[in-house]
Design a protein around this ligand. Structure first.
Ligand code: SAH
Ligand code: F3S
Length: 487
């Protein structure tokens, strides 16, 4: 029997990247092997995102293309997993009848059974969509049941397989599922369900296993990661303590966490960042807006002043702190003055980098029910441009200030330009000559991308790079360790 091939396409956030890896692990245990050609795959899985309309539109257009492939090869199995499967299952059934199974993010441990059912239904000549969803999205677990110890989905994270074809060097580790904040614009509490923290013992064990698979950098993931809280032997383990416990796992060289919620951010986390040497000085702390009026309509539970105070405290406790954030422009009712307050906040904070989004109304959210999406598209577009230009100038200034200095880089591999040059040389039948001046790529502790000249033997480890040039997005430099001459 020939090997079965699976193609997984991942859209959206880091949580989805992690979920795809875990689903792939399950499928490999069933005998599937990954492929990057969906045209010849036996199984195609789209891991989807619902956070903005644009992401969902993209899924429908991919489903259209895959429908054509499936007409030619009806044996192909097509699955849609992730947030959109949960939120828009009825729409997908209606608009993409060729989908074989749907699986929400809270049910991904059921993918092997779903596949079995698809095959069984086919064998019996039934044409149906097999579905696993959490259904009652808005339910909140009563206090005391907010932990995951006996949750069957917990098995998915615990079943983690060594990556197939990929590298574990930088790995994600989930500490929390779902979100209870219900920001008025956000669909995540509906697609990923209520906030549940994983047992610290499971998280530490998983970290150990990741190190065993080659992980040097671990990023702890949660929607509001700093509100992590788990009751263990009658006492609450908070996020700062979790950080400390994971930090003790031998072999971890860098530890990060995303995403933090400004409302619950306690100073013990800042002290942990200062005192634990392998915790990176990096915070992703979305403000969403610089205007209190907008923050109130968004149901964010803090003010712009409170946010600035938090950042000032963080900077005074954690030296060289790199800050990243998210902003939404054009939220319901956002005036020019409110937009100007956002620009002023960004000027004041001077983030190292930002993710900037145009507001997209999401079905089922409080904003959709109560607040009109009334900022015209061209105004959203213009405000998006304003924030982008401002941040570009700030990022460039940050990077230029680093020229002449040295940074610690975790070396991920060859830079894209180096890979292209190698391919071109191979195509021309030339001997690959670029190894002596390899262009490598990696990241600093503050999550800056660095492209630099260095020896290929540095890949997979930490090295020191001297910065010689900079753009807003990338630092350029050379490894301080000299390149080993080739004989
Ligand atoms: N806490 C989560 C947030 C998930 S959504 C996390 O782990 O990052 C990521 C970002 O998308 C949010 O911070 C917000 O800036 C943006 N976003 C969420 N809903 C949105 C919407 N309806 N329209 C535009 N941007 C949105
Ligand atoms: Fe979304 Fe707000 Fe939670 S942005 S993920 S509801 S903190």
């Amino acid at each position: 029997m020939t090997e079965k091939r699976v193609y997984i396409e991942t859209m959206g956030c880091q949580m989805n990247v992690l979920d795809s890896g875990l689903v792939l692990g399950q499928l490999c245990a069933l005998g599937y092997r990954p492929t990057d050609d969906y045209r010849t795959a036996d199984l195609v899985v789209l891991n989807t995102c619902s956070v903005r309309q644009h992401a969902e539109d993209k899924v429908y257009s991919r489903l259209g293309e895959l429908g054509q492939v499936k007409r030619q090869r009806p044996s192909m199995i097509l699955g849609v997993i992730g947030c959109m499967a949960e939120r828009d299952h009825a729409g997908i059934r209606e608009r993409a009848r060729h989908v074989d199974f749907l699986c929400g993010p809270g049910s991904l441990n059921e993918v092997p059974e779903l596949l079995e059912e698809v095959v069984e239904a086919r064998d019996q000549g039934r044409r149906e969509v097999i579905v696993a969803l959490e259904h009652d999205h808005s339910r909140r677990l009563p206090a005391g049941r907010r932990t995951l110890a006996h949750d069957s989905i917990e098995e998915l994270d615990l079943s983690r397989f060594p990556p197939d074809g990929g590298s574990a060097l930088q790995s994600y580790l989930r500490v929390q599922r779902g979100c209870d904040k219900f920001c008025s614009f956000c669909v995540v509490p509906f697609t990923r369900g209520p906030e549940r923290s994983r047992p610290p013992g499971h998280i530490v064990e998983e970290a150990r296993r990741l190190v065993g698979m080659g992980a040097k950098e671990i990023t702890l993931l949660g929607q509001t990661v700093n509100s992590y809280s788990y009751e263990e032997h009658g006492r609450q383990v908070a996020f700062a303590e979790l950080l400390q416990r994971v930090h003790e796992v031998p072999g971890i060289e860098r530890l990060r966490f995303v995403t933090s919620y400004p409302g619950d951010f306690t100073d013990d986390i800042l002290y942990a960042m200062r005192d634990l040497p392998r915790v990176c000085e990096y915070l992703h702390l979305p403000a969403q807006s610089g205007s209190n009026g907008v923050l109130q309509r968004m149901k964010r539970q803090y003010t712009a002043e409170g946010y600035v105070e938090l950042i000032e405290r963080a900077r005074s406790i954690v030296p060289r702190l790199a800050l990243a954030g998210d902003f939404i422009v054009g939220f319901s009712g956002e005036t020019d003055e409110e937009h100007a307050e956002t620009l002023a906040l960004i000027e004041k904070i001077r983030y190292k980098g930002l993710f900037i989004f145009k507001y997209s109304e999401r079905p089922g959210t409080v904003a959709e029910r109560r607040l009109p999406d009334n900022v015209p598209e061209e105004v959203k577009q213009r405000r998006h441009g304003d924030v982008t230009r401002l941040q570009h100038a700030i990022s460039l200034a940050h990077h230029r200030a680093m020229i002449g200095g040295e940074v610690e880089v975790l070396v991920e591999g060859y830079s894209k330009a180096a890979i292209k040059a190698q391919q071109a040389e191979q195509c021309r039948g030339e001997e690959v000559s670029w190894r002596r001046s390899d262009q490598l790529v990696g990241r600093t502790r503050g999550d800056d991308i660095v492209v630099f000249a260095g020896d290929a033997s540095l890949i997979g480890g930490l090295t020191t790079v001297r910065i010689t040039a900079a753009t807003a997005l990338t630092l350029h430099g050379e490894a301080v360790v000299p390149i080993v001459p080739q004989s």
